[in-house]
Design a protein around this ligand. Structure first.
Ligand code: N01
Length: 495
C-alpha cells in the first residue's frame, strides 16, 4: 500500500516522518497500530487522561452497552471471541481496547496525563505544546479526539442548588449509592434509556424527566454460550460472518436509505417502533406520553430490549411536565409539583461541535481553528480542513455517525489518510490539505443532501447544527466507502 520512492530525490525518509496522535481512544489506538504496521514508527500518542479508552473510559454509567453488535463494534483486524453478549457492556469494550493496545504494543507508547494545548503550523511542520510544559514537533497531526466528548449541561435554573448528589452520565460518580434511593434522570437519549433500564428495579423511586419522547427499536441481547465462544476461537470465520451480516443489515437497512424518506425500510423501522410501543405499554395514558410526534430515526434511533418494562415498573415515573427549576430537595416541574430526589443524573448529552477544541490550533498564515470554524465546524469529507495542512481527522465534522460502528468508519478514514501521507513519503509534495474550493463544493452538496435526510424530517437532535441542518454524513454509506477508497488528489492543495 505504502511505497517510498527511492529514486525520487524529494522523497522523505519515512522513518524521519513524525506523527503526533491526539488522544488514545478507539481512533488514536487504531492510528498508532496502523502507523506501526506501515513502518512509520516515529510517532507520539498523547492522552489527557490517565487511562486509554476515550468514550468507553469516560462513560461508566449504569447499564452502559453499545447498541452496535459487539462482533461489529471491534477492529476488523482484532476480532474478539470472548464477547459476552450480542451487545456487550461498556466495561468489556473498555477492557477490549486496553487488551488490543497492549497486544499491539501501543500501550507503552501512550503518554498519559498529557494534554495537547496548542499546535501551530510553522515552516512546514506542526509545533505542539503540551500541558506538562514540554513541546514536540510533527510532520503530521492525527486528530483522534472523538465526537461525543464534552458533556453538555442543561441551562436549568437552580441546578447548582440541589442538595443531593448530581452528576452527568459521562462523569458517573461510583461513590454515590443508588440502591433504594430516589433518583431523577433528566433527558431521554440513549444514555438515559440505558440508565433507566438498569436502575428501575434497584432504586427506591426513579423519575425520568422527559422533554421529548423517543421511538424505541426493540432488540434482543442474548449472551454467547461457552460453546459459541469456543467455536469463535476455533473458527474466526464464524465471527467474520456475523460482522459481515450485521454490516450489510446496517448499510442496506439504514445507512444507505437515510435520504430516501419514502423507502420501505425506513417505513418499516417506524412500523416496528410503533408496534413496540402499542404492544408493550399497557396504560393508554402512559403510551400517549411515550409516543413521539416525529418519524422514527429522525433522532438517533434508540435500541432497547426492555425500556418499556423499566418505565412501567411500579417505582418508575415518567415525568412529562416541563422542568421549572431545580431546588435543594429536588426538581420542581411547571405544574408546581416538587419531585423530591436523593440523586439527580444529568443525561443531557454532549457539545458535539467541539471536536479537538479547546486545543488551540493555528494553521497556515496564523489562521486559528476558532476563526476557521467561527460559523460552525466544517471539513472536507470529515478528514481535512483548508489551510490546516498535514492535519487529518478521524470522525471529524460530517462523518457518518448515524447508528453505525465508528470503528469501521475510522478504519476506512485512516487508510484514506495513509494515501495522503504517501504523497509526502513519495516526494509528490511536502504538505497537503483540502483546497478551499473543493471543500466549499463538497459542503454545498452536503448541505443540500442533509436537508433531505430523515434527520431533517421534523425533530430536534444533536445531529442538527446551529442552522438546523444535520451535520452528519448525508449521502449513502456506499458513497462513503467509495470516497474513502482513494482520495481525489486534485481536491487537495499540495505544496
Ligand atoms: O444524549 P442525547 P445521550 N431539559 O443528546 C434532553 C451515543 N450513545 O448522552 O430530545 C430537559 O441523545 C434531550 O431532550 P430533547 C449515541 O450516538 C450511544 O443520551 O432535546 N431535557 C435528550 O432527551 C447517542 O445519540 C449509546 O428534547 C434536556 C437528552 O437530554 C449519543 O451518544 C449509549 C435538556 C440528550 O440526549 C448521545 O446520547 C449512549 C433540558 N434543558 C450514548 N437538554 C449506545 O450505543 C437536553 N435534554 C447505546
Amino acid at each position: 500500500m505504502t511505497t517510498d520512492s527511492a529514486s525520487n530525490p524529494n522523497a522523505s525518509n519515512s522513518k524521519d516522518l513524525r506523527f503526533v496522535i491526539m488522544g488514545a481512544g478507539m481512533a488514536g489506538i487504531l492510528s498508532a497500530i496502523k502507523l506501526q504496521e506501515a513502518g512509520l514508527d516515529n510517532y507520539a500518542i498523547y492522552e489527557k487522561a490517565d487511562r486509554l479508552g476515550g468514550t468507553w473510559r469516560e462513560n461508566e454509567y449504569a447499564g452502559i452497552a453499545c447498541d452496535v453488535p459487539s462482533h461489529m463494534y471491534c477492529y476488523s483486524f482484532a476480532p474478539n471471541p470472548d464477547w459476552s453478549h450480542r451487545h456487550s457492556p461498556g466495561g468489556e469494550i473498555q477492557a477490549y481496547f486496553e487488551d488490543v493496545a497492549r497486544r499491539y504494543e501501543v500501550e507503552p507508547r501512550i503518554q498519559y496525563n498529557t494534554e495537547i494545548t496548542r499546535c501551530e503550523f510553522v515552516n512546514g511542520r506542526w509545533k505542539v505544546e503540551l500541558s506538562n510544559g514540554s513541546t514536540d514537533e510533527a510532520d503530521f497531526l492525527i486528530a483522534a479526539t472523538g465526537v461525543l466528548h464534552h458533556p453538555s449541561y442543561p441551562n436549568i435554573e437552580g441546578l447548582d442548588s440541589f442538595g443531593g448528589a448530581s452528576f452527568h452520565t459521562a462523569r458517573w460518580n461510583h461513590d454515590v449509592p443508588l440502591a433504594g434511593k430516589r433518583i431523577g434522570i433528566i433527558g431521554t437519549g440513549s444514555s438515559a434509556i440505558q440508565i433507566t433500564t438498569a436502575l428501575a428495579d434497584q432504586v427506591g423511586k426513579l423519575s425520568l424527566f422527559q422533554r421529548t419522547p423517543q421511538w424505541i427499536m426493540p432488540i434482543e441481547n442474548p449472551p454467547y454460550s461457552e460453546e459459541e465462544k469456543a467455536e469463535f476461537r476455533r473458527n474466526p470465520a464464524a465471527m467474520q460472518k456475523i460482522r459481515d451480516d450485521v454490516t450489510q443489515q446496517f448499510i442496506a437497512g439504514f445507512a444507505n436509505i437515510l435520504h430516501d424518506l419514502d423507502s420501505p425500510m425506513l417505513k418499516q423501522i417506524h412500523t416496528t417502533c410503533e408496534a413496540n410501543l402499542e404492544e408493550n405499554v399497557k396504560d393508554p395514558e402512559l403510551r400517549e406520553k411515550l409516543r413521539p410526534n416525529y418519524r422514527a430515526a429522525c433522532k438517533r434511533l434508540i435500541m432497547s430490549e426492555n425500556f418499556y418494562d423499566a418505565i412501567q415498573s411500579p417505582n418508575a415515573e415518567l415525568v412529562t411536565e416541563g422542568i421549572e427549576r431545580v431546588e435543594e430537595k429536588g426538581v420542581r416541574t411547571k405544574d408546581g409539583r416538587l419531585h423530591e430526589l436523593d440523586v439527580l443524573i444529568i443525561a443531557t448529552g454532549f457539545k458535539v461541535d467541539r471536536f479537538m477544541r479547546p486545543m488551540e490550533v493555528i494553521g497556515r498564515d496564523g489562521l486559528t481553528l476558532e476563526d476557521a470554524w467561527a460559523d460552525g465546524p466544517f471539513s472536507y469529507k470529515a478528514i481535512s480542513i483548508p489551510e490546516f495542512p498535514n492535519l487529518f481527522m478521524l470522525n471529524g465534522p460530517y462523518g457518518p455517525v448515524g447508528n453505525f460502528s465508528l470503528i469501521d468508519v475510522a478504519e476506512m478514514q485512516f487508510s484514506y489518510i495513509m494515501q495522503l501521507v504517501d504523497q509526502v513519503r513519495t516526494g509528490a509534495c511536502k504538505e497537503l490539505g483540502a483546497s478551499r474550493a473543493a471543500t466549499l463544493e463538497f459542503d454545498s452538496e452536503r448541505i443540500e443532501a442533509a436537508k433531505k435526510t430523515i434527520w431533517a424530517s421534523g425533530c430536534n437532535s444533536w445531529y442538527l447544527d446551529a442552522d438546523g441542518i444535520p451535520a452528519a454524513w448525508p449521502f449513502t454509506f456506499d458513497r462513503f466507502i467509495d470516497e474513502m477508497a482513494k482520495p481525489h488528489l486534485d481536491h487537495y492543495d499540495m505544496r
